[in-house]
Design a protein around this ligand. Structure first.
Ligand code: RM4
Ligand code: MN
Length: 406
């Protein structure tokens, strides 16, 4: 008994890239700018297209609003199509405006809640122009001190705001709701865990799904259990993949704990949720503060592919019979055999079959794109956490250069 050829499933898998991964970012101590960094969403999309060009499996770019505000989304969509990619999830951003100091959808002030809902309604309009399926919501809402606000009332406000946003979606859209157990609020977060996110999604309707950001859990959390549980009830909408050592580090997926990534992908494969029709959007949510950004995204995509290939190599029949017969060591050995397989030759072969070079990182380096953008992207203001618009370039003061704490 062996696993079937993983290549068709690998060829069908797609990974979505975050536009912000190509912009400058850093910690709250320092943002190290890099030469050639995009100055607007058009250039971010161009860089993302490079990742797809060399890996063949990253055909979509998520946008973050307002970081990726442009005057003409149809134009940005055409630009993406010309480069062989499309626009993916629209991420709302209600955490960088003074009004949101005490929260957005959960804010005690009805005026601020209205403003946050309106922002999301604008995001839905943008989705119609970009052809996006997913509205991704992550809220920084929470409390720093006991008694600061009413925990239950905040949940009611949240439910109300989400319902209005959900009602604005078309049948082709989904609302995907992210959770994070701490930060920037430290006493209580309004959507701290998958259970809270799921409860809101269940109340909203079938097209509301949970987003699992791998960096948003306490150390030691069994993330693959959450994956299995959400898949059981058909509510795993997407991943935000990244690696963490301590907090929400947003480092390259698979860098800190490739075994965890394998275990996650193993649950995906076991539930037959790798198929695009299963509706799990495999997205990256990363920032590259000290390493070059395009190759770091290429490496991240390759890490996801490697974990997926290993998960596909698990001998499911052998695993089932070992589990059924109570063969503890045997069952564990089946998983470890797959995990310990070197899948790089298999992936190189797959790429060759697709007309791609075996080593995407080396191929990108040889292409000269990195040097070319350094020469071309002279003047203007590099994009960062504040974003810049193409038509109205303005000086960029990093609104918050604290990727580590955001
Ligand atoms: C949050 C969360 C969101 C991302 C922002 C930038 O911690 O992970 O997905 O959009 O950071
Ligand atoms: Mn995230």
């Amino acid at each position: 008994m062996t696993a079937p050829d993983p290549r068709p499933a690998l060829a069908a898998q797609t990974i979505e890239l975050p536009s912000w991964a190509f912009a400058n970012s850093g910690t709250r101590f320092k943002v190290f700018g890099q030469p050639g960094v995009p100055r607007d969403p058009y250039e971010k999309v161009a860089d993302a297209a490079q990742v797809h060009r060399w890996t063949g499996v990253a055909p979509r770019v998520s946008l973050h609003i307002p970081w990726d505000l442009v005057d003409d989304y149809a134009g940005l969509r055409r630009h993406a199509a010309e480069l062989g990619v499309s626009l993916g999830a629209i991420n709302s951003n209600v955490f960088q405006d003074d009004d949101y100091m005490l929260g957005s959808l959960c804010n005690p002030d009805a005026r601020v809640r209205r403003k946050a809902v309106e922002h999301h309604l604008r995001c839905v309009e943008i989705m119609r122009e970009t052809g996006s399926r997913d509205l991704k919501i992550w809220l920084a809402d929470g409390l720093n001190y006991p008694g600061q606000d009413d925990l239950r009332a905040r949940q009611e406000r949240l439910a109300e705001g989400l319902a209005e946003i959900y009602a604005a979606l078309g049948p082709e859209h989904r609302l995907i709701l992210e959770y994070k157990f701490f930060e920037p609020a430290f006493y209580a977060t309004d959507i701290p865990d998958w259970g809270t996110s799921l409860l809101h999604c269940l109340a909203l309707g079938e097209r509301a799904m949970v987003v699992l950001d791998t960096g948003h859990h306490a150390p030691g959390t069994n993330i693959e259990f959450i994956v299995a549980q959400l898949l059981r009830v058909g509510r795993l909408g997407a991943f935000d993949f990244n690696s963490r050592f301590y907090a929400d580090d947003d480092l390259m997926v698979g860098a800190a704990d490739p075994f965890q990534l394998f275990r996650i992908m193993n649950e995906i494969v076991a539930a037959d949720a790798l198929r695009p029709e299963a509706g799990v959007n495999f997205m990256l949510d990363q920032c590259h503060n000290i390493e070059p950004k395009i190759p770091a995204q290429i490496r991240s995509v390759m890490n996801v592919q490697e974990a997926t290939a290993k998960a596909l190599l698990v001998d499911r029949d052998a695993l089932r019979s070992a589990q059924a017969s109570g063969d503890v060591l045997g069952a564990n050995a089946v998983l470890m055999d797959a995990y310990n397989t070197d899948v790089r030759p298999l992936l190189a072969q797959l790429r060759a079959e697709q007309g791609l070079e075996a080593d995407p990182v080396a191929a990108y380096a040889r292409s000269g794109y990195g040097e070319q953008v350094v020469t071309e992207r002279v003047g203007g203001v590099q994009a960062g956490w504040g974003g810049v618009t193409r038509s109205r370039p303005r000086p960029l003061v990093p609104v918050c250069d604290a990727r580590y704490i955001l």
